[in-house]
Design a protein around this ligand. Structure first.
Ligand SMILES: Cc1cc2nc3c(=O)[nH]c(=O)nc-3n(C[C@H](O)[C@H](O)[C@H](O)COP(=O)(O)O)c2cc1C
Length: 180
């Protein structure tokens, strides 16, 4: 039986929801796992404990802040046990409109996940396709999760997701990367 991944996202205008659907479809096409989608606006975050693997999606709003539904439920994360659980993040942002706080919300959520014992997975290189000044979600030229910018670079989203999914499945121990 294939593994089941819980994907929890908060999305105000739908960009993060659409990305979640794309990530789900991309993972399920591999046959290695199925993905349950949860909009955190309508989900008890305790549901996160049911999964052995988690993907969390968050957009950034109001200059560096968490998307509203994640912000509303942020304190509930203090009751969630994530010890030893692999958790991959993806973040939606606008690097031209907000070049000094690009996908910052991903760092806020990621720090909390680690505080709760989660094992970070799915890091993503800052390559030349990005043009922003600063992001709290970058450590040593690496994003702590997948950074997507559908406001300016929606044409890159599908390929970014495809490549990232391979990294995530490998980090989760569900697939072995075959060198090109
Ligand atoms: C008022 C406002 C503030 C924003 N602040 C940021 C920001 O600080 N950093 C960032 O990367 N994106 C920022 N964004 C862009 C959103 O994160 C982006 O549009 C994203 O795709 C929204 O995703 P969602 O529809 O899933 O919530 C902002 C957008 C608006 C309208």
């Amino acid at each position: 039986m294939s593994a089941t991944i819980g994907l929890f996202y908060g999305s105000t205008n739908g960009a993060g929801a659409v990305a979640g659907e794309l990530i789900k479809a991309t993972i399920e096409k591999t046959g290695l796992a199925t993905v349950d989608l949860h909009d955190v606006a309508y989900t008890n975050l305790k549901e996160m404990e049911r999964y052995n693997y988690l993907i969390l999606g968050v957009s950034t709003w109001n200059i560096g802040l968490l998307q509203d539904d994640w912000a509303d439920k942020f304190d509930e994360l203090d009751e969630i046990e994530l010890t030893g659980k692999p958790v991959a993040l993806y973040g939606m942002g606008d690097q031209y409109g907000y070049p000094d706080s690009f996908v910052d919300g991903m760092e806020t959520l990621g720090a909390k996940v680690m505080e709760r014992g989660g094992e970070p997975a799915g890091f993503w290189l800052v390559d030349d396709s990005y043009e922003f000044e600063y992001s709290r979600a970058v450590i040593d030229d690496v994003f702590i999760g997948l950074a997507l910018d559908d406001d300016n670079q929606s044409h890159l989203t599908e390929q970014r997701v495809q490549t990232w999914v391979e990294i995530v499945l490998e980090d989760f121990g569900l697939a072995v990367l075959v060198p090109a």
